[in-house]
Write a protein that binds this ligand. Structure first.
Ligand code: FRU
Length: 471
């Protein structure tokens, strides 16, 4: 271990030992940084039976800083063990951050691909788009998911298409018909967001294969692209920066969503319209993986970069952000839907049921299900301040107080137009709420900072059930 790595490790561990006064809003089900800042999920996989979730981690500052990979493992996606940092920014090709990437599993080995970020010292008038930075593709291997081998530099910016800016990142790898493919997000010199497909015969030597883009420019940068198939439906996920005006005005600063492809991704596909993965305040950079029993699981970052509108009240406690609860992505009636992974059911306490109306006090972590909604109105109030409401063809997530020091942390309202509301599943943790609407065809996620542990819901004739989560 180099002297730099050794010191970074010692400093990280010292920061992690300072745990005083951080408990107030700590989650029970959602992964958080031990201290400091967390963003994207990385390297998600199930390897030799164990789930691995790595994360973009800046332990020294709850408002972000140089990125490394923290590591959690779990037998069931519910209880997670922190395993420490597996990669520090300690090489010339990743010295400004061990940026996002994926895990690919084959023949009992875990292959981690990531972007080594380099930001050169200012002073030469760099714009950090076409000059002043590097995005390197790097590989690290592990045979047991606990010990990791040396970092191997695979590609530099000169290996990417020449009409791209220096913003190329976030590799995700898969295998199809004996060939390995990698997708990375990119920004062209004309400021158009795209995905680049690479191809390899051996997982080490990669060549640009093709590009994926929309018929008309869609944002200036695509981050964390992901590709998977569900019952034959080909899905390209991308986190898009630079969507402005029109329908984007009332939404988050950046978006995460998906396109349905009319052909294999490496075959120059046409892209459908863009569907959001999540309509709430806090959702970005999701990544998927397949479980050993064949489910497609997605975890997102329950946060929002470059967001000035609202904040997280955990910053004053020395930490910020968490992941979404793991969601199974599945097809229902030709639609892409999401639901919390079924492992959660193991943790349910006894069920409380009601018809038309329910009101519960004193629970911090629970799932509420409202089904068989036949009227045109629905309303739920969580912690007396967060309102989920349907009426006049619109489903809304809204806070009553939009002050940054209130329950909302400054959040206001998000909505989606909806012809019919059939059911709502609400998963509440200490400081987050995720609402799955119509079988999870629409999802709203938000952080919140409640003072009261209360829940009530109303929808004429609907069946309601409430289960505390015991953890
Ligand atoms: C997305 C992102 C990625 C990058 C990482 C850095 O949130 O900007 O594109 O690899 O975060 O932390």
């Amino acid at each position: 271990m180099s002297a730099l790595t050794n010191d970074l490790k010692k400093l990280t561990e010292a920061a992690e030992r300072q745990t005083d006064g951080r408990d107030r809003f700590r989650q029970k089900l959602h992964l958080m940084p031990p201290v400091g800042w967390l963003n994207d999920p990385n390297g998600l996989c199930q390897f030799k039976g164990i789930y691995h979730a790595f994360f973009q981690y800046s332990p020294f500052n709850p408002e972000g800083g140089v990125k490394m990979w923290g590591h959690y493992t779990s037998p069931d996606m519910i209880s997670w063990d922190y395993q420490g940092v597996i990669m520090y920014p300690d090489q010339p090709f990743d010295c400004s951050g061990v940026y996002s990437g994926c895990a690919f599993i084959e023949d009992g080995e875990m292959y981690l691909y990531y972007t080594g970020n380099v930001k050169l010292e200012d002073g030469d008038g760099y714009d950090y788009i076409n000059s002043g930075r590097e995005a390197n593709t790097v590989l690290v291997k592990s045979g047991d998911g606990i010990h990791f081998g040396p970092k191997k530099l695979l590609m530099k910016n000169r290996d990417y298409p020449s009409d791209l800016t220096l913003h190329v990142r976030d590799p995700k790898v898969w295998k199809k018909d004996g060939v390995y493919y990698m997708i990375q997000g990119a920004r062209t010199k004309d400021d158009v967001g795209q995905a680049i497909i690479f191809r390899s015969e051996d997982k080490v030597n990669w060549k640009v294969h093709s590009r994926v883009s929309t018929a008309h420019p869609f944002g200036y940068m695509w981050e964390c692209p992901d590709y998977f198939e569900l019952d034959g439906t080909k899905i390209l996920s991308a986190s898009v920066q630079g969507l402005e005006g029109g329908e984007w005005e009332d939404r988050n600063v950046y978006q995460s969503g998906y396109f349905i492809l009319d052909r294999e991704i490496y075959d120059n596909p046409g892209l459908s319209e863009y569907h959001l993965w999540d309509y709430g305040f806090d959702y970005y950079a999701p990544q998927s993986f397949e479980t050993e029993d064949g489910r497609l699981i997605q975890i997102g970052w329950m946060g929002m970069p470059d967001c000035e509108e609202y904040t997280n009240r955990t910053i004053e406690d020395g930490w910020q952000h968490c992941f979404t609860f793991p969601r199974e992505v599945y097809m229902r009636d030709g639609k892409v839907c999401q639901r919390p992974v079924r492992e959660l059911e193991e943790k349910f306490g006894p069920v409380e049921t009601a018809s038309g109306q329910i009101s519960m006090e004193g629970y911090q972590v629970y799932e509420a299900d409202i089904s068989g909604i036949c009227g045109s109105r629905f309303r739920a109030v969580i912690g007396e301040e967060l309102i989920l409401e349907y009426g006049d063809g619109c489903f809304e997530m809204r806070f009553t107080d939009q002050d940054k020091g209130s329950v909302s942390g400054g959040r206001g309202v998000r909505y989606v137009r909806l012809n019919k509301l059939k059911d709502v599943k609400i998963l509440v943790d200490v400081s987050s709420v995720e609402a799955f609407i119509n079988g999870g065809q629409y999802v709203f996620s938000t952080r919140y900072y409640p003072e009261k542990a209360s829940f009530c819901a109303e929808a004429q004739g609907a069946e309601m059930s409430f289960r505390a989560v015991r953890i």
